[in-house]
Design a protein around this ligand. Structure first.
Ligand SMILES: [Zn+2]
Length: 315
């Protein structure tokens, strides 16, 4: 099978000292852009809501503001690194709108419009892969050759780093763990299956089950409201069960968990996950695998743009 894109290795390569990249993180709810330097330092940040009818329009509007601020500051970025929610078609640089979070059927070009708008070379990669590179370069996974990166936000995604290499799979989808089936008797997921990890534990699933947005459900659970407590208990149990399965499948040395919904719950989410791994992972060594929060938080997907550009833009 020919590979249209270069493999991504860990530890990730660095941009030459002093150089910068325009970084963008296109999510289902928000777009964020910034200028990132070779050390992962972030400047000129902008953010906006993602228009589900025109996600690339939202991306370009936000990116222009960062590009203008960078130009005013005298920066000459070497390229644009776009992290976007999957599934992506990396061979043509496009978002597949069959994504359960941005419904539709067509391919939406990203690389071409961003190159046209900026006049710079563009690299596109799945948001969780870019975040994993960020954590590997500057965050919790520095020096670790085998780790899982999971993000729990509006949706759930992930990346698998195995033997110093980011796994891609045959179609660039390796590590897309959101549609890992946890409970086939569970609620219907947007992908057509039932009881996926995402529909049970992501912000979108928590909101659907709780009848209000995920933050409000979390607050209600903290106040002891029984229905909200039940929704979050189910979410945390689903996450813990999926994590045991992933640890068993990939034998990581470390699990890094990012995303706004994970951060909002903190140890209420990670505590049961750690306990499940400690009790149920297969093999004595696997039961001691650390499960830690992302060190870069929401910035992982922006910071990772620098090593992504270093890996894909340099010959
Ligand atoms: Zn699903």
């Amino acid at each position: 099978v020919p590979r249209a894109v270069k493999p991504l290795l860990v530890p990730p390569p660095a941009l030459p000292p002093g150089s910068t990249v325009l970084a963008a993180d296109l999510g289902a709810s928000n777009v964020r852009t910034a200028l990132v330097d070779a050390a992962g330092v972030i400047a000129h940040r902008y953010a906006t809501h993602t228009d589900p009818a025109d996600p690339v329009g939202s991306l370009l509007a936000c990116l222009r503001r960062t590009a203008d601020a960078a130009r005013t500051a005298g920066a000459g970025p070497v390229g644009v690194a776009v992290a976007a929610l999957g599934p992506l078609d990396l061979t043509v640089g496009a978002l597949e709108r069959e994504s359960t979070l941005l419904p539709g059927t067509e391919l939406v070009a990203i690389t071409g419009p961003v190159a046209a708008a900026t006049g710079l070379p563009v690299v596109l990669e799945r948001d969780t892969v870019v975040a994993a590179l960020g954590e590997a370069g500057y965050g919790a996974a520095r020096g670790v050759a085998d780790f899982l990166y999971l993000t729990v936000s509006t949706g759930i995604g992930g990346a698998v780093v195995c033997g110093g290499r980011v796994l891609t799979g045959a179609h660039g989808l390796a590590g897309e763990v959101g549609h890992f089936p946890v409970d086939l008797a569970g609620p219907a997921c947007g992908c057509g299956l039932t009881g996926c990890l995402e529909v049970l534990a992501a912000g979108s699933g928590i909101a659907a089950a709780g009848g209000q947005d995920a933050r409000a459900v979390t607050a209600a659970a903290a106040a002891g409201e029984p229905a909200a407590v039940a929704v979050l208990q189910r979410a945390r149990a689903a996450f813990a069960a999926a994590l045991v399965g992933l640890v068993n499948a990939y034998d990581p040395a470390l699990v890094v968990v990012g995303g706004s919904i994970a951060r909002g719950q903190g140890d209420l989410l990670l505590g049961p996950a750690r306990e499940a791994v400690r009790r149920h992972a297969y093999g004595r060594a696997a039961r001691s695998v650390p499960v830690v929060p992302a060190a870069l938080g929401d910035d992982a997907g922006l910071a990772g743009g620098a090593p992504l550009a270093a890996a894909r833009l340099q010959p």
